[in-house]
Design a protein around this ligand. Sequence first.
Ligand code: NZQ
Ligand code: ZN
Length: 388
Amino acid sequence: MLNFEYYNPTRIVFGKEQLGRMPELLSDQNAKKILLAFGGGSCKKSGLYDQVLIALSGFEVVEFGGIEANPEYDTLMKAVLFAREKEVDFIIALGGGSVIDGVKFISGAIGYKGDPWEVLDRKEGCAFDNAVPFGTILTLPATGSEANSGAVISRKSLMEKRTMGGSLFFPKFSFCDPTQVSTLSKRQLVNGIVDAYMHTLEQYLTYPSGNWLQERQAEGILLTLLKIAKGVIKNPSDYELAANLMWCATNALNGLLRCGVPTDWTTHMIGHELTAEYGIDHARTLAIIAPRLYEESLVEKQNKLVQYGERVFGLNGTSLDIANAAIAKTELFFHSLDIDTRISNYTKDTSGIEVRIRKVFEDRDWKTMGEGGIFTPKRVERIVRSAI
Ligand code: NZQ
Ligand code: ZN
């Protein structure tokens, strides 16, 4: 088992009809002037927005709506200027991963003296060193952003999608109400299932770690997602199915799965480039890249692919057969959710994409990625080419 440090201070308030707890949680934070941030309006359609305003009725609230999917730097900077002008002391993110990630950025950028893009661009010596505290009201189980300290911010004008994070960016609390799943479109629902599935695989499909508990926890999430996927798509109002999906997604990226194990976030890093270039939904970029990445690293990942194949899919045969079949089963699972796994399924113009992504990785000096640094930019180029 590898050494690790585990820290997660986010209070999860899980279940239906819990918003009545809001005043107490905000008072604990000494919140007085609150920025309520949300997306394109789904929370108004579902009626959640009205319930949130009731829960916030004892507080001074200003609003910023319109944070888009793959939250955009220019929009978020408008929110930063607004929040500075209004002198807010607490932020509530009402939405999915995009609104929550956007709020993490806003909370850090409010007190930053220079151009906050410097931080995302990893300019030497630039970091967010304070953050306005925030809480979240989750509406879409997928990213785990409600229970972690990371965020992903896009900047269309530069065709960039960049990550940020740090312990300043854990939400103080997150309301996770499974009834919110009922209004999700099939597209967002399957995106959520696949994103949670892939977060688990990124922290599992490496090499045997000796942390048997974490490996079993990862397998537990994978098995649960496989079990509930079809049912929750058919009936998103089924509370037990929705609750299991939501709790799986939170647990897939709240920091616990990575304790003491090697991880490999290369699928995500390549996927972010496909979203930056073509606007493909985040989860779908992962479904495109993962099978091809596992084929490319069959030798390095074989032992773990076999464990995955045996324990999650009940496969048997030679090691090589099981490893290959586990990859095929994974891709079949994505197809069973109507998710296409080729770049050319999403865009006609794929020319040169593999070279562009290789160059982006070289420019960022990402020379060795994945467990033990197994993925060089050259191998990344090969993976993307085989995914076209
Ligand atoms: O904007 P509104 O109108 O609210 O509509 C949203 C949006 O159009 C809609 N939606 C959300 N909840 C709904 C709903 N529609 C009906 N009913 C509800 N209850 O769904 C659409 C997509 O929302 P979005 O927040 O973009 O989806 P998701 O939660 O999948 O977040 C994706 C973003 O998170 C990043 C991704 O890269 C992407 O930018 N990620 C963040 C991570 C993190 N912070 O840990 C990790 C992930 O790997 C991921 O990279
Ligand atoms: Zn993801």
